[in-house]
Design a protein around this ligand. Structure first.
Ligand code: DSN
Length: 419
């Protein structure tokens, strides 16, 4: 494949093999409807910052208190990023150094807990994240993890169970947030539970940070001791993590990030985070969060209209889970069939799933990336139609070919923002 973009000129000359892989991935992204709810499309400005010489610098420490010389510009960009984060989310303090969501959560727990302490988080199989206490993750190995889930009848968070477990287990931390929960949270209620149980409240808003930034989702910031997030999902920035907290916890959080869990911060990523945060005040992001939610609701409606069952009946945020059990299908088969026509989703467990984790009974879909491409409710109905056609006639090559043409046409009409 010819690699001819100016962006990759130096790379093509130095390493045509890697350049070709990057070019192939760009073509895949161009020609694919990206429905994985944790993915998005970073702006060209963010990519420039991340792909810059800021990668050349060590800056262990915090602005004004570095362990290396030559950090003047590092201090400037990190302070700018912190100021933009605290202003955007109304937080008292921001640590913008976490490399990802898991290291943000590691540091957040460590600010309050010692190994062996009890944490209470959402069960992975009900939509929680690995780092919220799963036994295969540090969070379930370093700490004594207890979990809560959703109600069987409504598939909504079971606040009574959270209250009961918090009072019985007296966790040091109540962790709230999920990777596959299609609804919003009652943060005031969760704060009251944490207070009654004597726990710290940490909210992991990795999935919905951009919805909070754009005013399309309640903010956990006024309620939580600490809020962790990632910057590459709905926030539409570079890959990375971040922590917001009350001033009283700032020193403990900063120490837990460095030297507690990380060495040198990724200064190129911090520059990219700063660029992404600024964009939320600019016309390019105006109404984006509301459009992501409106698109998710249109997609959910379209799927329901075509006979698919959604966990909890729909969505309030950017994602939804389709229950494939009524159709006798598995997540892996549907994921692969959609992959083959240029539609990317991920197979996912649904609450009370009896199937294997490797081939669970659901698929997870979301709208951040297609919204970034400028698609709206009409396109969501088109996507619902072609996706449900493929699911309804899995293995039918004629149906798949027609759906592929329609997916391709949507991609052509809504190009990526890259040259
Ligand atoms: N693995 C991410 C997701 O896809 O939701 C969460 O960090």
């Amino acid at each position: 494949m010819a690699v001819a973009t100016r962006r990759l000129a130096a790379l093509t000359a130095a390493d045509p093999e890697v350049a070709e892989i990057l070019e192939a991935e760009l073509q895949r992204q161009r020609q694919t409807l990206e429905l994985i709810p944790s993915e998005n499309i970073a702006s060209p400005a963010v990519l420039e910052a991340v792909g810059s010489w800021m990668t050349n610098k060590y800056a262990e420490g915090t602005p004004g208190r570095r362990y290396y010389g030559g950090c003047e510009q590092m201090d400037r960009v990190e302070r700018l990023c912190q100021e933009r984060a605290t202003a955007l989310f109304g937080a008292e303090h921001a640590n913008v150094q976490p490399h990802c969501g898991s290291t943000a959560n590691m540091a957040a727990y460590a600010a309050f807990c010692r190994p062996g302490d009890t944490i209470l988080g959402m069960d992975l199989s009900h939509g929680g994240h690995l780092s919220h206490g799963a036994s295969v993750s540090f969070s379930g190995q370093v700490y004594r993890a207890v979990t809560y889930g959703v109600r069987r009848d409504t598939e909504l968070l079971d606040y009574d169970e959270i209250h009961e477990k918090a009072m019985a287990e007296r966790p040091v931390v109540l962790m709230v947030g999920a990777s596959a929960y299609p609804r919003t949270y009652d943060f005031a209620h969760l704060r009251a539970i944490a207070d009654e149980a004597g726990a710290r409240l940490i909210v992991d808003m990795a999935h919905f940070a951009g919805l909070v930034a754009g005013g399309a989702h309640p903010s956990p910031v006024p309620h939580a001791d600490v809020v962790t997030l990632t910057t590459h999902k709905t926030l539409r920035g570079p890959w990375g993590g971040m922590i917001l907290c009350r001033q009283e916890h700032a020193a403990a959080i900063d120490k837990a990030v460095f030297p507690g869990h990380q060495g040198g911060p990724l200064m190129h990523a911090i520059a990219g985070k700063a660029v992404a945060l600024r964009a939320w005040g600019q016309p390019e992001m105006a109404g984006y969060a509301q459009r992501v939610v409106a698109n998710a609701q249109a997609l959910a409606q379209g799927l329901r209209d075509r006979g698919l069952r959604l966990v909890s009946g729909g969505t309030d945020n950017h994602l939804m889970l389709v229950d494939l059990r009524p159709l006798g299908l598995t997540g892996r088969a549907v994921q692969e069939a959609l992959d083959a026509i240029g539609v990317t989703v991920n197979r996912n467990a649904i609450p009370f799933d009896q199937a294997s984790k490797f081939n669970p009974s659901g698929i997870r879909l979301g709208t951040p990336a297609v919204t970034s491409r400028g698609m709206g409710p009409a396109e969501m109905t088109e996507i619902a139609d072609l996706v449900s056609n493929v699911i309804g006639d899995l293995g039918d090559t004629g149906v798949a070919a027609a759906a592929q043409r329609r997916a391709h046409a949507l991609c052509e009409a809504h190009p990526l923002p890259y040259a």
